[in-house]
Design a protein around this ligand. Structure first.
Ligand SMILES: *Cc1c(COP(=O)(O)O)cnc(C)c1O
Length: 428
């Protein structure tokens, strides 16, 4: 595989962009080698600037449910572009997309659009604090909620403690209000509630996708719900990744637990920069201009992004058996990987939720971040590099989730399993 052009492009990029990338995970640091520079997408495929083609299991980290250059979404965007890129004034398409989502989710009466997942979660946290009049928030090790200050807290193992910042530039004064607990471990949550009477909200990925794919147990979610009810703390489901991915309604299409607030991103913009947060009326009424909690955005509800999101969501709703077909493909893929791994004496832990899949090079089932960290990341790096050469593009870290899109065929899955068999027998 020739990647000379990508190597050259990466060198040039590094001169003017920190690390050569605009989001750190793209730098291929944890798998070695240099990132592939993309020329274009074609359905299930990525084409790089050296002309190599890859079946894309990243799909822009989730948003592209129908793959690249989906005609319906493309036409909606082109049509919107000819009418103007941005107005900073209301448009009807915002109401249309909002109505669709409010109709779909029991937990949501009103929704506000923003421009990224980070912004959605940051705003939801502010609203939760404003609504409850409390300062502390509780998050879980290994859950990612974007890069805003209060949420960038070390996933320090074990001890339940007030968080310390995981990045320079985040004042400890800010993160002292962020409590950390262990995913799928209700006792660690109870300890936090013993330490603080001031918890505005619990925020979690109900289907965690940022430590690899680690779904929450149903019982754990139920217990979180009842602890929140008992303490009048809000339960926030961060469905930026799982929304319209794990099922049509994300976690809420799989679990019976109903959150107080929900955040979205990724799929909701169909590939354009969109995020959103929603809740029931009494909470959303506290948001500016109806209420005192301030939140704003020059490009929020951008018409081009809204039309992309709406086209994507309408197509999702129109496509029969979309999620069951995703799940079938995802299952077949990781079960194929597991079989191939086991044949070569390698242990593999696998998970699937709808179009989301994960596999850990790990001897034990993965229930939380500590478990995930015990995975063999060297083995993952070798697997990643070799699969890339075979023409399969996976997320460049053991701690990310893979995605099936509608353009991925059964044949591509078969080919991928075949390549994995070959690769695993070579790297064992
Ligand atoms: C991606 C992600 C975010 C951040 O969204 P951005 O659009 O990258 O800012 C927040 N929460 C979860 C669960 C995510 O997966």
């Amino acid at each position: 595989m020739n990647t000379a052009n990508s190597k050259k492009a990466f060198e040039l990029a590094q001169n003017v962009i920190p690390g050569g990338v605009d989001s750190p995970v793209r730098a291929f640091k944890s798998v070695g080698g240099t990132p592939i520079f993309i020329e274009k997408g074609e359905g299930a495929y990525l084409v790089d600037i050296d002309g190599n083609r890859y079946v894309d299991f990243v799909q822009s980290w989730g948003p592209l449910i129908f793959g690249h250059c989906d005609k319906t979404i493309e036409l909606a965007v082109v049509d919107a572009v000819t009418k103007g890129l941005s107005f900073g004034a209301p448009t009807q398409v915002e109401t249309k997309l909002a109505s669709k989502i409010c109709d779909m989710f029991d937990s949501i009466d009103k929704i506000r659009f923003v421009s990224s997942g980070t912004e959605a979660v940051m705003s939801a946290i502010r609203l939760a604090r404003g609504y409850t009049g409390r300062d502390d928030i509780l998050k879980f090790e290994g859950c990612y909620h974007g890069h805003s200050d209060s949420l960038l807290v070390q996933a320090g193992s074990g001890a339940v403690t007030f968080g310390t910042p995981s990045s320079p530039g985040v004042p400890a004064d800010l993160t002292k209000h962020t409590l950390l607990a262990k995913y799928n471990d209700i006792d660690s949550v109870k300890k936090c509630f013993e330490n603080s009477k001031n918890i505005a909200c619990i925020i979690l990925e109900p289907i965690a996708g940022n430590m690899g794919l680690v779904p929450a147990d149903e019982k754990f979610l139920q217990e979180l719900r009842s602890i929140c009810d008992e303490h009048e703390t809000l339960l926030i489901f961060d469905e930026v990744m799982s929304g319209f991915r794990a099922s049509l309604k994300g976690s809420q299409g799989i679990s019976n637990v109903v959150p107080d607030m929900v955040t979205f991103g990724k799929v909701i913009g169909g590939g354009m920069p969109v995020g959103a947060f929603g809740a029931r009326l009494e909470i959303m009424n506290k948001l500016s201009p109806d209420g005192p909690v301030y939140q704003a955005g020059t490009l929020s509800g951008n018409p081009v992004a809204m039309f992309a999101g709406l086209a994507s969501l309408e197509k999702i709703l129109e496509t029969k058996d979309l999620y069951s077909e995703f799940e079938q493909k995802a299952k077949r893929l990781v079960e194929g990987f597991k079989k191939a791994a086991n044949k070569n004496g390698i242990e593999l832990q696998i998970n699937v939720r709808g179009s989301m899949f994960g596999f850990f090079f790990n001897d034990m089932p993965v229930k939380n971040f500590d478990d995930a960290l015990k995975s063999d990341t060297d083995m993952f790096a070798k697997f990643h590099q070799a699969m890339l050469k075979e023409g399969f593009y996976f997320a460049c870290s053991q701690f990310e989730t893979g995605f099936i899109c509608a353009a991925i065929t059964d044949e591509m899955i078969n080919d991928c399993i075949e390549s994995a068999q070959k690769v695993l027998s070579e790297i064992k």
